[in-house]
Design a protein around this ligand. Structure first.
Ligand SMILES: Cc1cc2nc3c(=O)[nH]c(=O)nc-3n(C[C@H](O)[C@H](O)[C@H](O)COP(=O)(O)OP(=O)(O)OC[C@H]3O[C@@H](n4cnc5c(N)ncnc54)[C@H](O)[C@@H]3O)c2cc1C
Length: 534
């Protein structure tokens, strides 16, 4: 908990713009949209809290104009009327969609990465932005303690010491490796002649962070900015109250309190009896499912490929071609599909090609017709890959509980280096801690699992979203772990639907790179120079 890190003068400055100055969860108010957006986007690359960033980079920046602090709520009479309106429509008539017409920016700081994932799992109506494990090192200590979650349940049990020892071991190894690994990577990848030194330094730093994130337990603390509409927040609060993780439930309570200060009319129902009943229903149905799985055979933790396409649409070509033609035809869908089924293959191909012809970059996505082909995919990859791919909101994703049972991946950059042995030692310590904790604290035990450990999750997605995901996530600035996974997925989907998938995923980037960030850092540098910013 942050306790008054601000001076009196700073508190005066911050007061009108944040719903509180002393807690880790707070909402933003009375700020221009552009400032709120810019503030949240800074979360990705800074260790600072949002309010500190605001003071350091926005208030003191003469270029950003802030509205006068006085009379922040303005037209009180109109607000009251509006509140009454929402009361009538939402509570009275149950017209839920009107709750999408107002929104809020909220910050959730010092939350575990595991909890951040649970929040980001809510897809519709929410836009999250989280501190990056690539641009920020997680080696800071506050009062001699590394920044990870200390769950009350474990801390007040005889297993507290095991938990702390494992967390500290991983954090210490992570911290100790930053400087030597950065130096050795810099030797291994010296700057190319003519390349910017600053861009090179940034790329090396990012690579070291990418490698070392494998050591970070998922209980590490991160910062999260959320922009969302009232309806999405209402459901998020209901879901958070139903979580098996106490941290999520407590955070949901705090989030509800701050949202009440800015969009009470939109989220009020979450805290009502009806909302509480809804949460109980969600929780109870999960408990019931758990009892059903109890009768299933135990998993033997067999090795499993990173990507398994479990099922797919066999008639994808015909369905997509018919959907491409549908808006331009006057035939009922079934007749159109029948007509397409009778077309020669070359004609179907020509139709698909004609549709995709003007795609000059991945930003021009295949049309909605490509949503007619679904794939169900099971992934078995490290938590880092899950963390990144889970953010694709148009997929249906469900994960299994994180554990150490599926083994871990070792970053190739550590193999044969002085860091390798300690990496394996940390994995073993974390495994022992997880096994000790899992039976008594199945939800909280996940915190101790380092990012390198594999997990299983499933993803149902259509070809249009698949194309977006694999084209975006194969770009060379992506993390090599998820690049490998989307390459594999692309290859498998191209085998299933050779022509169709190949055309739809034409901008997958297969190039091999040593320094993922170098090109984009160089581009950033050039842009900054052109704008006179450096
Ligand atoms: C190189 C790289 C670095 C990244 N770094 C960070 C980081 O530091 N911190 C961080 O938090 N995230 C980071 N991300 C994740 C990124 O912010 C996105 O969350 C993620 O890539 C999901 O992709 P998407 O937003 O395109 O949408 P998806 O969720 O896959 O949705 C597909 C498309 O649907 C549309 N869409 C979906 N939802 C909305 C909506 N609410 N409003 C409008 N349109 C919508 C958009 O057109 C979107 O592209 C990074 C991603 C990449 C590739």
């Amino acid at each position: 908990m942050v306790i008054s890190e601000f001076s009196e003068k700073e508190r005066d400055l911050l007061g009108p713009y944040f719903t509180n100055l002393d807690r880790d969860v707070f909402a933003l108010r009375n700020l221009p949209e552009v400032v709120k957006g810019a503030l949240f986007s800074r979360y990705s690359r800074t260790t600072k809290s949002l309010r500190r960033t605001f003071l350091d980079e926005f208030v003191k920046n003469p270029d950003v104009e802030l509205p006068p602090a006085a009379d922040p709520w303005g037209n009180v009479v109109a607000s009251e009327k509006a509140e009454q309106f929402y009361e009538r429509v939402l509570v009275g008539y149950g017209d839920d969609s009107v709750a999408e017409l107002g929104g809020a920016h909220v910050a959730l700081e010092r939350v575990s990465a595991l909890t951040a994932k649970e929040i980001e799992d809510s897809r519709i109506g929410l836009s999250p932005l989280e501190k990056s494990t690539r641009y920020v090192f997680f080696d800071r200590q506050v009062a001699d303690e590394f920044e990870y979650v200390r769950p009350h349940s474990i801390m007040h049990s005889p297993l507290a010491e095991i938990y702390i020892r494992a967390m500290d071991a991983c954090f210490q190894a992570y911290s100790d490796a930053i400087a030597p690994l950065t130096a050795s990577l810099s030797d291994q990848f010296p700057p190319e002649p003519g390349a910017s030194e600053r861009a090179h330094r940034a790329a090396i730093r990012a690579k070291a962070a990418d490698v070392l994130r494998s050591l970070l337990p998922v209980g590490h603390l991160t910062n999260l900015g959320l922009f969302g509409n009232g309806r999405a927040f209402e459901y998020l609060l209901i879901k958070m109250a139903a979580s098996p993780l106490p941290e999520v439930r407590e955070l949901g309570f705090q989030l509800g309190r701050e949202l009440a200060l800015v969009i009470l009319a939109f989220t009020k129902r979450a805290g009502s009896e009806r909302g509480r009943d809804h949460s109980s229903y969600l929780r109870e149905r999960e408990i019931v499912m758990e009892t059903w799985t109890a009768g299933l055979p135990d998993s033997e933790h067999r090795p499993q490929p990173a990507v398994t396409v479990v099922d797919y649409e066999p008639a994808a070509e015909d369905k997509i071609v018919a959907a491409l033609l549908y808006p331009h035809s006057q035939l009922p869908l079934e007749e159109l599909r029948h007509a397409v089924a009778g077309m020669p293959a070359a004609q179907k191909l020509a139709i698909v090609q004609a549709h995709l012809d003007g795609r000059v970059s991945r930003h021009r996505r295949p049309g909605r017709a490509f949503e007619m082909a679904d794939y169900t995919v099971e992934l078995c990859a490290n938590f880092g890959v899950y963390k990144d791919l889970q953010r694709h909101r148009l997929c249906t994703q469900q994960r299994q509980r994180l554990s150490t049972n599926l083994g871990y991946t070792t970053p190739p950059e550590l193999v044969g280096t002085p860091h390798e042995e300690r990496f394996h030692e940390c994995m073993a310590i974390a495994d022992a801690a997880y096994q000790a904790l899992a039976e008594r604290f199945p939800a909280e035990a996940q915190y101790v699992v380092p990012t390198a450990y594999r997990m299983r999750w499933m993803m149902k997605l259509n070809l249009r979203e698949l194309a977006h995901m694999v084209e975006l996530r194969s770009t060379i600035q992506g993390h090599p772990d998820y690049r490998a996974v989307v390459h594999d997925l692309t290859q498998q989907v191209r085998t299933i639907h050779p022509v169709l998938a190949e055309l739809a995923t034409a901008f997958v980037d297969w190039s091999e790179v040593d320094l993922a960030r170098l090109k984009s850092e160089q581009r950033n540098e050039e842009k900054a120079q052109a704008l006179g910013l450096v």
